[in-house]
Design a protein around this ligand. Structure first.
Ligand code: PLP
Length: 418
């Protein structure tokens, strides 16, 4: 590629690091459920002159001149996004998931008002009001958890908490929840207590777009999502809403305070991502993501692993490693030595800490993008088991690492090879 040749000449040190990272992404199995491979078409605008432009404001209402083409790009992305989700309003400017969430809080709440969200410990996200996050400092926050027995959401309990606490905003959506979320029920609860319902579908945006996960659009007042997870786009986010909330969300994104000039190169890459997600092949991809996660779950269960909630309905799995007497950190490090990339993760009601939790979180989106199917999931489950049973055996980890490199090399990497 032209860009690579010029980078190699100008900055060989950085060039080498990118080449090494390319090799790592090619040789290892990427099982972190929030990661994916963007296509060459999505990556192209990121390395384009669109990065040079300033365009504070919105199409037709900019504070800078020279935005004739940028306006067209932003409108194209918005139209595609609205079509993808049949949404009334879309804002494609948020830089990432956490700022998108913050824009919604700024738009709908006054400081000190109350948010009801899923507890971080049950799989919620930091930006949903955790005390260490600004969202937990500016707003009052109360949390719901999963049921300790089923490890699934208990909607009757959420309704009880909502009736008692009377929040102004209820958030549905998670970062480590392997089950479908009943958005219709969340909508009913929110209406009963007069709260707005925000759905953060960052993890499942691609599954929702492909209609392989229940759709939050008819039930939520506002929806946030990231573009870089199951949706396979660039790093970034967007907000959807009922049309009457549009003007206040626009104002919260800009000039409300969390960001100024939109990243035009990323907006263009989002437009490509939405185009790709509108194609029929994207549905096949999303269906395979779910099938692959289900097979990975089943094969690991057959080998004696305990999955939080007993399985998965979506793209991710949480494994409780206490029966194996390994903590999540040790497991993730051993798997990395064998070329299998997962993340350590707390499980619900975890007696461990965030640095040394009891579980690992893994998922199928990235390996599915490389064309892996059920048979490959069975092989991956077998390697995971061998590593976890022999995590101190360096020789075996090295042997598996070499096998993984050979195995991975027969699956093209989107963005690099295809
Ligand atoms: C549910 C959820 N919301 C928001 C975010 C934050 O997204 P970002 O890292 O793009 O700020 C994440 C990230 O993993 C997430 O899982």
């Amino acid at each position: 590629m032209k860009e690579k040749i010029s980078l190699k000449q100008t900055d060989p040190q950085l060039y080498e690091l990118i080449i090494k990272e390319e090799q790592r992404q090619r040789e290892q199995l990427q099982l972190i459920p929030s990661e994916n491979y963007a296509s060459k078409a999505v990556l192209a605008p990121l390395a384009s002159v669109l990065s040079n432009k300033y365009s504070e404001g919105y199409p037709g209402k900019r504070y800078y001149q020279g935005n004739k083409f940028i306006d067209q790009i932003e409108k194209l992305a918005q139209e595609r996004l609205k079509r993808l989700y049949q949404a009334e309003y879309a804002n494609i400017q948020p830089f990432s998931g956490a700022p998108a969430n913050f824009a919604v809080y700024l738009a709908l709440l006054k400081p000190g008002e109350k948010i009801l969200a899923m507890d971080l410990a049950s799989g919620g996200h930091l930006s949903h009001g955790a005390k260490v996050n600004l969202s937990g400092q500016l707003y009052q926050t109360v949390f719901y958890n999963v049921n300790p027995q089923t490890e699934k959401l208990d909607y009757d309990e959420i309704e009880e908490i909502a009736k008692k606490e009377r929040p102004q905003l209820i958030i549905a959506g998670a970062t480590a929840y392997p089950r479908e979320i009943n958005f219709a029920r969340f909508g009913e609860i929110a209406r009963k207590v007069g709260a707005y319902l925000m759905v953060d579908m960052a993890h499942i945006a691609g599954l929702v777009a492909a209609k392989v996960h229940p759709d939050p659009v008819p039930h939520a007042d506002v929806i946030t999502a990231t573009t870089h997870k199951t949706l396979r786009g660039p790093r970034g986010a967007f907000i959807l809403a009922r049309s009457e909330l549009g003007p206040q969300i626009d104002r919260a994104v800009f000039p409300g305070g969390i960001q100024a000039g939109p990243h035009n190169h990323v907006q263009a890459a989002k437009a490509v991502c939405f185009y790709e997600a509108l194609q029929p092949q994207f549905k096949d991809y999303a269906r395979q993501v779910i099938k692959n996660a289900a097979v990975l779950a089943q094969k690991l269960q057959e080998k004696g692993y305990r999955l939080v909630s007993g399985g998965t309905d979506n793209h991710l799995l949480l494994i409780d490693l206490r029966p194996q007497n390994i903590d999540g950190r040790t497991a993730a490090l051993a798997l990395e030595e064998a070329g299998i990339i997962v993340n350590k993760n707390k499980i619900p009601f975890d007696p461990g800490t965030a640095v040394k939790p009891s579980g690992i979180r893994l998922g199928s989106p990235a390996v599915t993008s490389r064309g892996m199917k059920e048979a490959e999931m069975e092989q991956i489950a077998s390697w995971i088991d061998q590593v976890l049973q022999n995590y101190q055996n360096k020789q075996l980890l090295e042997k598996i690492r070499r096998e993984v490199v050979a195995f991975a090399s027969s699956f093209p990497v989107p963005g690099l090879d295809s």
